[in-house]
Design a protein around this ligand. Sequence first.
Ligand code: URA
Length: 434
Amino acid sequence: MNVLEIIAKKRDSKTLTKEEIEYFVNGYTNNKITDYQAAAFVMAVFINGMTKQETTDLTLAMAHSGEILDLSTLNEIIVDKHSTGGVGDKISLILLPIVSSLGVPVAKMSGRGLGFTGGTIDKLESIPGYKTELEMNQFVENVKQIGISLIAQTLNLAPADKKIYSLRDTISCVESIPLIASSIMSKKIASGAQKIVLDVTVGKGAFMHNISQARELANTMIDIGKLANRQTVCILTNMDEPLGYNIGNSLEVIEAVNFLKGDMPEDIKQVVLTIGSYMIKLAGKGEDLEENKKNMLKNIENGKAYEKFKQLVEKQGGEISFIENLDNIPRAKYIEPIYSQKSGYIHQIDALEMGKIACNLGAGRITKEDIIDHQAGIILQKKVADFIEEGDVLAYIHTNKIEELEASKNNILANIKIEEEKIEKPKTILEMME
Ligand code: URA
């Protein structure tokens, strides 16, 4: 077997064997296959696709390219959740303490943000003192003691995915269903998940721009789950406008804490309750989805979910005084209101553009080496379908970069469409697939 034959086979739309896929994945991970050969292979997959079996073989080869986290000492069904990416997506920060407060063990490794999508780890690091890197035994011990731990990927999990994902980013090959599906599922399998709930985002701020692409991605991941013996449920959610109101790391922590204290924007509430009800069900802690949602809301009302979040922060070294008094969280130097230039109904708040603007304000990374400004971002004052009067505040910009203010203001105004006609609130939960 050699890499040229494998590239040629995919170039000619032929089906690869498990051995050929493993040969490619191992060879590339161990630097025996060059970047240009891997780029040719990835482009051939991008153009010609993969069968279900090929996609599963690629997933498993990438999952086994590094360490596999063993969570068997927890003696519980480990359910993980993952989002295919979005803007203002603080769901993990809210959802995981809630389900943990209902007895679902949460042992989660999350990622950092790149480009316009944020990452849970960057958000957690905006809490002073919060340690995102724990030794593995400490991580597992925390889950045993308080039922939850949220850390960055410290183990060498799915290194093949890291290499292939970075390569895809540089050769315009990110938006491929077999490549996205295998990338996500390989990481979930390597991080010890037995069951998986996926938030498949659809719309302007997502990789999948329409529902039929999202269905295909969801189906691919569900099929991989079946073949890899990991039950997988997908919830398709709307990502045309940002989730909730706050975009940017510490701003999203503030919105998450307020949610846990009962201030629940409707779109976030829908996503949290839907994904959470499935996590509870898959973990074997509640068969009835509606009942699970009620229990989640009950633990917000009685403060148990908020207490669980504080316990998590404290256990990982974070200063809970910042959570108990959100005014203590440092704010950016410049907080500028943006006023609406006309009256009418909001028809569109472009999630992709808002993500890019927040990134330029300092909230995101353009390259992996960039340093994030945790205070930077945008706080929207309105959501799609809301009415706004001319001269009212549409959003606030938070930044430490004075030079970005003017352009960001104009960009935000250009990417929020206001019309005279009323419109319906868009649906947040589009479909559920399993
Ligand atoms: N998220 C991932 O982890 N991988 C992809 O390929 C796309 C989104």
